[in-house]
Write a protein that binds this ligand. Structure first.
Ligand SMILES: [Zn+2]
Length: 518
């Protein structure tokens, strides 16, 4: 039985062409090797896990290969094999973090003076070289000022700005960029295929995002998730290992936002907090979902960091909201992210950020009014679903579901009409006939019936929002009278009025309710 070798090691590139996402670096070095312009010192800088040490070893091979110096080291000669195995006497790797003193560098100087044991060059690879002490840098500078012909230094570092200018000026500086997420995803898929295990596309996306351009970290994370998930690596397994909220929670939040339901959105945040989950992590996931939705709205084949099972549904709502609105939502989300990052209590900041996002239908109506466009009808509820040009939150089943009365009350709650929701809750019977919602309030105090009658406008809006109908009737049959109303029609007339629009524009207000004087 052989010991398990971690993926990052097993998949460490042994040839320049296997390197992922560092085309500029590779081309620069190959050109230099082809033309024989070999520097005595290189500084490889960039984030961790983007291939600096790997390229340093490849460069050492290219310099010392029996057939070299060559841009295509053979990988088979003694020099190539020893370097790959880390046993070459002429290629010395040092971790500057633990060998940072002047004595270490002095010793290195002694070694540098001696000719190579077998190969063409003595190559020194100094990892985390910015951690050298001041004296050590001074000693290193002395070698770099008059380097022996057979010596090549490769300094690797995540913090280039910590180097003395005197050292920088004597190095050929090569910057490594973060590896683009799609290349990391492609590499993870390739690894999974060769290693014969299942990796969901959304899971690969999540891993790539969580490790921010570091392929080594991505492979290590894949190792950990694979150990945790055993069989197939899916989004939830990644979320669990990374400590992200489960996708269902993010999706529920998205649904609440899509429906413009502030109360439901805030309720979800509280519920996640009560489960001990980090609200900031949930918000971060939401930002990524909004971003993915925007990409999907413009390109249905775009990669998405969530389970394939939900892809179609999110793509559908993304196309309904449209790229223009999603761009604004994303901008709001990014503002929210900055707010959350700066906040002492992220929970409160997340509530504010999510609340603002959920208010998008209102923002949109205000913008429409300011632009002088006719406001969408039913302005205190979502615009009608039949109008394709106007993004439409779906009339999703009201939270709590169930009877028409409960749904109507929930929609009123979501609109902030708490008193009215309470009154509807006390109504004996709420039924739906065609597109009309009938409230039977016979037996209730006359004042309650009267206040329901006065509230036709929000009632009709709530009925629309809850997907119950467009009209509302209040039936007071114990007193023998039925009062009917078509409040949405009245509201539309008022909204179309130019004078009203001017007033709203000047004062930046909105229509709360519309009532007909008896
Ligand atoms: Zn070779």
């Amino acid at each position: 039985m052989t010991a398990y070798q971690v993926l990052a090691r097993r998949w460490r590139p042994q040839r320049f062409e296997d390197l992922v996402g560092q085309d500029v670096v590779v081309r620069t070095l190959r050109n230099a090797l082809s033309s024989g312009q070999i520097a005595h010192a290189y500084l490889f800088s960039g984030l961790r896990g983007v291939g600096k040490t790997t390229v340093a070893r490849l460069l050492a091979k290219a310099l010392n290969c029996e057939h070299g110096p060559t841009p295509e080291p053979c990988g088979e000669c003694g020099a190539c094999r020893d370097i790959a195995a880390g046993s070459s006497l002429d290629v010395l790797e040092m971790d500057a973090a633990s060998n940072r003193g002047i004595d270490d560098v002095r010793e290195l100087r002694e070694v540098a003076r001696v000719l190579p044991v077998r190969d063409r060059y003595r190559v020194f690879i100094l990892d985390e070289a910015h951690q050298l002490s001041k004296d050590a840098f001074a000693a290193l500078l002395k070698i770099l000022e008059e380097p022996p012909a057979h010596v090549v230094f490769i300094l690797a570092s995540t913090e280039k700005d910590k180097f003395p200018a005197t050292i920088l000026s004597r190095c050929l500086q090569i910057d490594f960029r973060p590896i683009p997420a799609e290349l990391v995803v492609a590499r993870l898929a390739q690894v999974a295929e060769s290693e014969r295990f299942e990796l969901a596309a959304g899971a690969a996306q999540l891993i790539a995002r969580a490790t921010e351009g570091s392929l080594r970290d991505a492979l290590s994370l894949l190792d950990r998730v694979r150990a945790f998930a055993a069989a197939a690596v899916d989004e939830d397994a990644v979320a669990e290992v990374v400590g992200l909220p489960p996708f269902e929670a993010v999706l529920a939040l998205w649904r609440a936002l899509e429906g413009g339901d502030v109360a439901a959105a805030l309720g979800l945040i509280r519920a996640e907090e009560a489960l001990g989950r980090d609200p900031a992590a949930l918000f971060e996931q939401l930002v990524q979902l909004v971003h993915a939705a925007l990409l999907l709205a413009t390109d249905p084949a775009a990669p998405a960091p969530f389970p394939a099972a939900h892809r179609a549904a999110i793509a559908e709502s993304a196309s309904r909201l449209g790229p223009a609105l999603l761009v604004r939502l994303l901008a709001l989300a990014l503002e929210g992210k900055a707010l959350v990052a700066a906040a002492e209590k992220p929970g409160v900041a997340v509530a504010v950020a999510v609340g603002r996002l959920a208010l998008w239908p209102r923002l949109q109506r205000v913008e429409a009014l300011l632009a002088g466009e006719p406001a969408p009808s039913g302005a205190s509820g979502p615009p009608p679903p039949a109008t394709p040009a106007v993004p439409t939150p779906p009339t999703a089943p009201a939270p709590g579901g169930g009877t028409p009365g409960a749904r109507l009350a929930a929609a009123l709650e979501a609109m902030g009409e708490h008193l009215l929701a309470g009154r509807v809750g006390s109504v004996r019977e709420v039924t739906v006939a065609g597109d009309t919602v009938v409230l039977r309030c016979g037996g209730l105090p006359a004042s309650t019936c009267a206040s329901l009658r006065r509230a036709f406008e929000p009632l009709a809006a709530a009925a629309h929002r809850a997907g119950l109908g467009e009209r509302v009737e209040v039936d007071e049959s114990s007193s023998g009278s039925t009062v009917k109303a078509a409040a949405t029609g009245l509201r539309a007339r008022v909204e179309a009025d130019e004078g009203v629009q001017r007033v709203l524009e000047v004062f930046g207000g909105r229509l709360e309710s519309v009532e007909e004087k008896p």
